[in-house]
Design a protein around this ligand. Structure first.
Ligand code: SF4
Length: 475
């Protein structure tokens, strides 16, 4: 989601601000006036609308009556408008006889209802409430506008944050929670720096979701020795306890995947406050046959995306499609590649059911992302090479960094192995390996520094080096 506040700041607009706008990403553009829009600003809006289907212009309420102008703006592909309305509880006080405190600011609600009913059905229309000191009927007013068709609204407090203001708005949010509106999002101003503070201190659960994790597949064809579900020992261990076969419940669990329509529906319904979606699962998310479509839908909405995968299953076409949804900001679209070995020999040792061809396919896929990114001048998908450090690979960490350098990864992540049961204990590096492992860490990190590859959780690595190599290694 991007927002630009041009209201009261003239018409100057930096056209680069929308260079990487995604096809379904919200651009919330606050204009001082539609009527006084310069040609430059109009061409900016038209370009934004050609890039995204979700360009919303915040304009003064009265300008919506200029039918020809509004139609002209809609014709360039603008999705809709947020009408800036001043919330005036005094109107409710004057008209009390017409209703009660639960009816809200009827004049405002009626105005919106009328406009919504006459506005094109395929276009968006909402309200940006300008809220002064009195918030007594703000909750019912929001409910009224929502019931008349607004799926989300913006609350713009016309004052600086203060404890008293937070208290007032907390009461409004509390009122909405009690009413339990279906699928309403309430946003504090996107364009202000204090939005997160407003969300937090008013306990605004109508929008403040920031990171979402979606498990889309439990399936995986690999056999990592450290895997709690697909590791050979993990499977043998279950079979041993169930008369030599896998219980039906576990077999079903291993096949479980999210229904693609449901997943796409969730992605479409997430609030604009979401910054990132992480895709994972007990298996590999890319085993899902709609994985690319699902990931692409998240990117099209402009969310940052992080995917944890073994990176085997993508075709060249998939990689090309995903690359085009990349970004200049390397953290916006990010694959964590669980490779856990820097050579084919070690790869096969840590995944007994895979062969060297699998390793070659993974390296080829990662290299293709690198090539496309280089051809696009650095715009594309970021790769982190993850290594789950265990007894078999703990002396091969330098090779991991070499692989990371080869495929143009930004980062390596040496992740200590988690133990899911007794069957994993043989893979934990023993005491006799500790000092050699610490040296391998030190060597790998020194090389990463030399070739500009970042190290994730470097403090954990430094602690391992410090703890197991005494003073002999300088970190
Ligand atoms: S790739 Fe992931 S899910 Fe598959 S076996 Fe390895 S750790 Fe388990």
């Amino acid at each position: 989601m991007k927002s630009l506040d041009l209201a009261g700041q003239g018409d100057f607009v930096d056209h680069r601000a929308i260079d990487l706008l995604k096809p379904d990403e919200l651009l919330y553009l606050r204009l001082s006036s539609l009527r006084l829009m310069s040609d430059d600003l109009l061409s900016f809006v038209a370009r934004a609308a050609s890039l995204s289907s979700r360009v919303v212009l915040s304009i003064p309420l009265e300008e919506i009556d200029d039918v020809l102008l509004v139609q002209k703006i809609l014709n360039v592909g603008v999705y809709g408008f947020a009408l800036r309305m001043t919330h005036r509880p005094e109107r409710w006080l004057l008209n009390q006889g017409l209703g009660d405190i639960y009816s809200g600011d009827r004049e405002l609600i009626d105005r919106y209802s009328y406009l919504r009913s006459t506005f094109p059905l395929d276009r968006f229309l909402t309200v940006e409430f300008q809220v002064g000191e009195d918030t007594r009927v703000l909750g019912p007013s929001i409910m009224g506008v929502h019931q008349a068709g607004a799926s989300w609204i913006v609350l713009n407090p016309l004052s600086e944050p203060s404890n008293e203001r937070f208290r007032q708005f907390r009461e409004v949010i509390e009122y909405l929670k009690i009413r339990g509106p279906n699928r309403l999002n309430v946003y504090f101003p996107f364009w202000r720096k204090d939005t997160a503070e407003w969300d937090l201190k008013t306990q605004n659960t109508f929008s403040c979701l920031e990171i979402v994790h979606i498990d889309i597949s439990n399936r995986c064809s690999h056999s990592c020795v450290f895997c709690g579900l697909y590791g050979a020992e993990a499977i043998d261990d279950v079979k041993k306890r169930h008369g030599g076969t896998l219980p039906e419940g576990l077999k079903n669990l291993m096949k479980m995947e999210m229904n693609p329509e449901k997943c796409l529906g969730i992605i479409q319904s997430l609030p604009w406050s979401v910054r990132m979606i992480q895709f994972g699962g007990m298996g590999d998310p890319l085993m899902h046959e709609s994985a690319v479509e699902i990931i692409a839908a998240a990117r099209r909405r402009g969310f940052a995306v992080e995917v944890l995968s073994n990176m085997e299953y993508l075709s060249d076409d998939d990689i090309g499609l995903l690359h085009r949804l990349g970004s200049i900001n390397s953290y916006e679209f990010h694959f964590i590649a669980n490779v856990s070995a820097g050579t084919p020999e070690l790869y096969v040792k840590t995944r007994p059911r895979q062969n060297e061809k699998t390793f070659e396919k993974v390296v080829r896929n990662l290299s293709l992302f690198r090539d496309l990114r280089e051809q696009a001048g650095g715009i594309g998908v970021l790769i982190t090479i993850m290594c789950v450090v265990n007894r078999l690979n703990c002396l091969g960490l330098l090779d991991i960094v070499k692989l990371a350098k080869e495929i143009g990864a930004l980062q390596v992540w040496f992740k200590p192995m988690e133990i899911h049961g007794d069957m994993h204990r043989p893979y934990v590096p023993g005491d006799e390996l500790m000092s050699a492992m610490a040296r391998a860490y030190a060597e790998a990190i020194a090389y990463a520094d030399e070739c500009g590859v970042k190290v994730v959780q470097r403090d954990v690595c430094d602690e391992i080096i410090r703890k197991y190599s005494g003073d002999s290694v300088n970190v």
